[in-house]
Every structure is written in C-alpha cells, then in structure tokens.
Design a protein around this ligand. Sequence first.
Ligand SMILES: C[S@@+](CC[C@H](N)C(=O)[O-])C[C@H]1O[C@@H](n2cnc3c(N)ncnc32)[C@H](O)[C@@H]1O
Length: 462
Amino acid sequence: MSVFPIINLRPAVTEFLQSVFLNTEVLAAVGHQEAECRFQKLLSCLSHPPSYTCVRASTHLAPLEEIRHKLGEELKKQMCSSSADEEVSVQILTHPRIPDVLLLPVDGPRPVKQLSSEVVVGAQCGSAVLRGAHVFAPGIIASPKYMKAGDVVSVFSDLEGKCTRGATSFQGKKAFVGNGVAQMDRSAIFCADEPAKGIGVRMVEPLYQSPSFDGVLPGLAFLQNLPSVVVGHVLGPRPGERILDMCAAPGGKTCHIAALMEDQGEVVALERIRNKIDRIRQNAQMLRLRSIKVYCFNSTQAVSSDPVQESEGPPFPPESFDRVLLDAPCSGLGQRPNMGSTWSLKEIRSYTPLQRKLFHAAVRLLKRGGVLVYSTCTVTLAENEELVAWALNTFPCLTLQPQEPHIGAEGMLGAGLSPEQLRLLQRFSPELSWDQTGTAAPLSCRANRDTIGFFIAKFLKN
Ligand SMILES: C[S@@+](CC[C@H](N)C(=O)[O-])C[C@H]1O[C@@H](n2cnc3c(N)ncnc32)[C@H](O)[C@@H]1O
C-alpha cells in the first residue's frame, strides 16, 4: 500500500529513468501503458520500505535453528521492554532456498496519529527510521523551540533537503514516519559545544514497525538485504580458494564469502576509501573470520605488470584469483526506502566509466576457469545490462553463467541482449509486483519480490 509520495528526484533524473524504463525494446514487448505503469510503480515502491527485514545468519558459527531461536528470544526481550503488552510474539522465518537467511515481517503502515510537536530529520535518517532505527541526534534538523527530554514528538522526514538546521518548524515537503520520545533537550542538539551524539528521539510508535538490531546478537545475526546475500551464493566460493572482493566496504559480502568458505582459504578485500577500512576489519572480527585480508587500495590499479607477486598485498599479478566479486560503486537508485535524492543526472551517469575500468582489472586478475560476479544496487540499464553487453563484446573470453539461486527477475530489455542472455541475468525488480504481492502470499514469496532494486551477472573466464 502506498502511503508516501513517489521518490523525489530532480526532473532531469526522473526523465532519464523514464527513458530507461520506456526504452524501445520494452515498449515493443509490453506496450506503452504497461511500461509506464511499471515505471510509476518503481517511483512509488522506492520511497517505501520492503515488507520484511532480512538477516544473514552466521551459520559458520552456529546452526540456523539455534540462531533463529536466540534471535527470537533477544527480540522478545527488546519488545517486552518497550511494550505494555505481555504477549509479544516475534515471527522469524527461514528462506526455502537460501540456507543462511532469516526473514522478519515488517508491520506497516500502522495507524499512528500525528502530534502537534514536530521533529524534522534528514531523508537518510528518515529512511533508517522506516527500517527500524531510532533517530540519532546528528540526523535531527529541526525541533520544537522548547523541546525537552521526555517530550513526545512526531518525526518527519525532509523530502527535498530544504529544512534549515536549527529551525523550530518546517512547512516544506515532509513525510511522517512515526512518533517517539525526545531523549535530549533542543539545546543539547543545536547549542552544545560538541556535536550531539547518541539517540535523539527513541521511536515508540513507528509508522513501520521492525525490530531494532542495534547490538542484537552481533556475531550471529547480520543485517543484509536479500539480494546482497544472493550475491555471495551466486559467487559460489569454496574452502581453500583465493578470492578477491574489489569494492569491499563495509564488508558485508566479504564476510559472507569467508563464511561460505568456512574461513579456509583467502579473501582479499580492497577498498579505496581509508576510513571505511576499519568497518571491514570490525565486521570480520565480530564474525570471527580470519581468512580476510583488508587493504586500502584503488582496485582500478590492482593489476601488477610483474608476473611474480613481490609483496602479499596489491597490486597482484594477472590471473591471481579463483573468483572475483565486483560489487561496483553505482548510482544506488535501487535502495529502499529512499524518499528523495538531490543527485544531478551528471552524478547518476558518472559511474559507468569507473565500472568499466574496475571490470577491466577484474577480468585480468581472474584465473582462466574462474568466476566473476558483477553486482549493483541500481536500476539503470547503463550500469547493468549495457555493462554486460559491453563486457561480452570487449572480453571474448567471458561467457554468462546460470545463477544459483535465481530468485529475482531476468535482465531488462533495452541493451540488445538475447532472450537467453537476459535469462541468465538476475534483476531484482520490486516494481513488477508492487501492490500485487498482497499479504496473502507467503512471506518467502513476497521477500523474493519486495526487495531493493538490484542486479547480478555471473561470468566464467574461458
Ligand atoms: C557498493 S559499495 C560495496 C559494498 C560492499 N561490497 C558490501 O557488501 O558491504 C562500493 C564500495 O566501493 C568503494 N570503491 C569505489 N571506488 C573504488 C575503487 N576504485 N577501488 C576500490 N574501492 C572502491 C566505495 O568506497 C564503496 O565502499
């Protein structure tokens, strides 16, 4: 059900996306009306959260059932402490095809009454609240003039980024995300010498209720979108292999790969941005994975001209890895919930050259007979199917491979790929079932469709 306006994008970006979703191949296949309908559904579903939360269970540390039980107990404790109701129940389901996934239904939208006291938060903070987070102080942009800790307030997300920091009210475009209790006075948020830290508003009546995972079973339950978990399985790592994760931070997929290898072998994680490196290390440590080696490095330069490896770290000689994951930096237009983005069309389109450079390095670093998986969390053709078409033309040594599991849709028309090639691609397309999934469908079915927008291609190097 739609409760929010469609995602707020710059007009040029909306037009660009429309041209993608109404490209000539799609129009010829499904007609103008259906193509336009899918596009409108895309804009609508992007601003809403998926109807479940996906958790990757650390099955290298404990059996799935044990983790499911412990998680249920922890979440019950959490819910009991924030609810007067003694009979709280937590539904946690397994996925029929993916052995390390737990699914928790999200309850929403719920009938929550708006109050007269309003706190306004940034769009990113608003999205986090819709996925179960409390409001952290740095996310607050406006609050009532005399707000004190303990006041009950309604929280709104600033859709266009137009609210002035420190304002006492805001009349611009905003979306209600729920009610909460202020944990600090207004002066502590806006007038302190140091920027405020910690929870600013504890959500008690969120519009979408999903458990807060802050500190819940840190080593055993890892929050990860379902398509991201699928990537690890599609790569198919095996114990003893040497695997490269080219764009690794914060390390969700790196850790999954190492866990699937039973921590035997080597997972090399490269990340260009230095201050993201610690997150990868922390995640590896939290999940007790020792086979991960992390380096701050620009992966476009990760191929050494020397056929013999001089040092342990990058650059690496060609054909050094059994499998390579290129989870590419991308325009991120598949992320949900996302109520608005101020990105220009130029920014949205800026990723393709970098993705191609990274792809060149990926192919060179992969052994013959090795597997390369390319993934993005965006919905454009240029970063997905067109990149695949370019790759198949540029590298005759590559062939597309079937994916296991394949629970998303096939690739989108528009890049000149054949029907067989499109069937080998996996595109998570929430717009295809938006508003039709219905709560009657089993959760695992809904979970496969009501995802973030995501794309996966698997290649073999011959
Ligand atoms: C989509 S995110 C990766 C998410 C990660 N694979 C995970 O599952 O947790 C892309 C990452 O690539 C990094 N990145 C961008 N350009 C890069 C480059 N040239 N070399 C290495 N990392 C790069 C970004 O800083 C960002 O952290």
